[in-house]
Design a protein around this ligand. Structure first.
Ligand code: URP
Ligand code: ZN
Ligand code: ZN
Length: 492
């Protein structure tokens, strides 16, 4: 029997309500909610003046992620990536599985699962990446097996990147099999041909400085890919999830699809919300810190993304945490410096696992864009529902895993340059002031953060099979949610 725990005096926040309640935790689960029940427990935690939130769920990470050719790898592995997540109030991540050159998807799945089981401090699942070759090899048989045997019920299709970019034929056959299996298809929505043409033109003109990465990824590429993927999904009659939406134009297309009743779900990332091209347009190699795909665009795109989040047009915020260092440590394959002065060679990706919840609390809740219930919805509940983890994860209710964050809404602080858990070696949000922070974090009742200090418990994380779409209540239609359900919910 693990220790019993009572969290006393806090305000419990779910995606719909905020209320005063104590929480009894036993055997890693939430046993009961109540007030002054006289529970006895091994430990009592005082949460007076704090919010008590379901642990954050980040359904878009790239820990220990190898590029297609196997020539480089992200700086963060499952140890450091999960530590960064936990330190920031995230207790579940969903990462990706893709085979290394010559490795089957099945083998890649078992390799990555074993590595995460050893290194991760928090629970995890995997989306499967559909290879570009899927129509001409046995990939779909392997995808079926991994879905049916291990509950990997979401597949990602890349519409860009040489070697990864799937044809429309693969989108059609992949979406069709996904529909049969109850899998949620996800797309990296950028038209790869347009990107190739734009990058080639820049290189020809000699515009290879780091910041030109953004010009190589035109907004039109995102818009076209969303429309094409959604058109195919409509014909196949499957829901669709658009990852890392980066532009006002992308939001506009998704909103218009939702207005026609299409089940198209969208995610954005913290870096698209609070950093902009202006932050790196007149720098040299410093711009490499911001290079990711889709790119961080002009700041004019930020407010439409916030509005879409507040309204529920975009339902979740993942980090797309994919870190490469700005220097070259000896124990890592080539990182950002390999592309110094030549942006096409800079590995794309930015950090964010540690800051996701704080950025959304500060710029979302504290700034008055939406209430704390919407914050919980986009950082935990909705990702859990969308990806088949609910109600084990994503809420505070009897029977759910005791993944709990005691959140201090008055922890005014500035993001420092150092002291972070990620191996990125830099923070995009350095110097930003924040009005909230996780004070205590629990995963299945085990404490991972105490008074803001991380307790390293690598290997605590466990693999999460996820339900298929056939076994779930349909997600509420995306869009049209009230940003401020109850203005009083802002106060603790
Ligand atoms: O730049 C990014 N986002 N790198 C990670 C891979 C991807 O496209 O999501
Ligand atoms: Zn992507
Ligand atoms: Zn990604």
């Amino acid at each position: 029997m693990s220790e019993t725990l009572v969290i006393r005096g806090g305000h419990v926040v779910t995606a719909t309500d905020t209320f005063r309640a104590d929480i009894l935790i036993s055997d890693g689960r939430i046993a009961a909610l109540g007030i002054d029940e006289g529970w006895t427990a091994d430990r009592v935690i005082d949460a007076t003046g704090h919010y008590v939130l379901p642990g954050g769920i980040d359904t878009h990470t790239h820990f220990e992620h190898h590029n297609l050719t196997g020539t480089t790898r992200t700086a963060d592995d499952f140890r450091t990536g999960s530590a960064a997540s936990a330190a920031g109030g995230t207790t579940t991540f969903v990462d990706f599985v893709r085979g290394l050159p010559g490795e089957s998807l099945l083998d890649a799945f078992h390799r990555r699962r074993a590595s995460a089981e050893t290194g991760s401090m928090i629970d995890f699942g995997f989306h499967l990446m559909v290879p570009a070759t899927a129509n001409s090899d046995d990939s779909f048989d392997q995808l079926r097996r991994l879905t049916e045997e291990f509950g990997a019920t979401s597949w990602k299709f890349f519409m860009a990147y040489p070697g990864l970019m799937v044809s429309d034929d693969v989108l059609i056959s992949g979406f069709t099999l996904a529909r049969e299996l109850g899998v949620l298809p996800m797309v990296h929505a950028e038209n790869g041909h347009l990107i190739n043409a734009a990058v080639d033109a820049l290189v020809e003109e000699g515009k290879t400085e780091e910041h030109h990465h953004m010009h190589g990824h035109p907004v039109a590429a995102e818009r076209e890919a969303i429309i094409r993927a959604a058109t195919i999904a409509e014909w196949v009659d499957t829901p669709l999830f658009i990852v890392h939406v980066s532009s006002a134009d992308g939001v506009e297309e998704i909103a218009s699809l939702q207005n026609r009743g299409r089940p198209v779900f969208g995610e954005t990332c913290p870096h698209y919300l609070v950093t902009g091209y202006e932050d790196y347009s007149d720098t040299d190699f410093e711009a490499a810190k911001y290079i990711c795909s889709p790119p961080i665009r002009e700041s004019v795109h930020q407010e439409p993304l916030w509005n879409a989040l507040a309204a529920g047009v975009l339902g979740s915020v993942g980090t797309d945490h994919a870190t490469y260092t700005m220097d070259q440590p000896e124990d890592l394959p080539p990182q950002k410096p390999q592309g110094r002065g030549y942006f096409p060679n800079i590995p794309p990706g930015v950090p964010g696992a540690e800051e996701r919840m704080m950025v959304l609390y500060e710029h979302g809740v504290a700034a008055g864009r939406f209430d704390v219930n919407r914050f919980v919805d986009m950082t935990s509940t909705n990702p859990a529902k969308t990806f088949g983890l609910y109600p084990r994860k994503g809420t505070i209710a009897p029977g759910s895993d005791a993944d709990v964050v005691i959140w201090d809404p008055r922890a005014d602080h500035t993001i420092p340059a150092t002291g972070h858990r990620s191996r990125a070696g830099y923070r995009l949000y350095e110097g930003m002031t924040m009005r909230g922070a996780p004070r205590h974090v629990f995963s299945r009742g085990v404490q991972l953060v105490r008074d803001g200090e991380l307790i390293e418990r690598h290997g605590h994380g466990t693999y999460l099979p996820r339900t298929s779409l056939h076994d779930r209540a349909p997600n509420p239609r995306p869009g049209n949610r009230s940003a401020i359900a109850n203005p009083r919910n802002r106060e603790v």
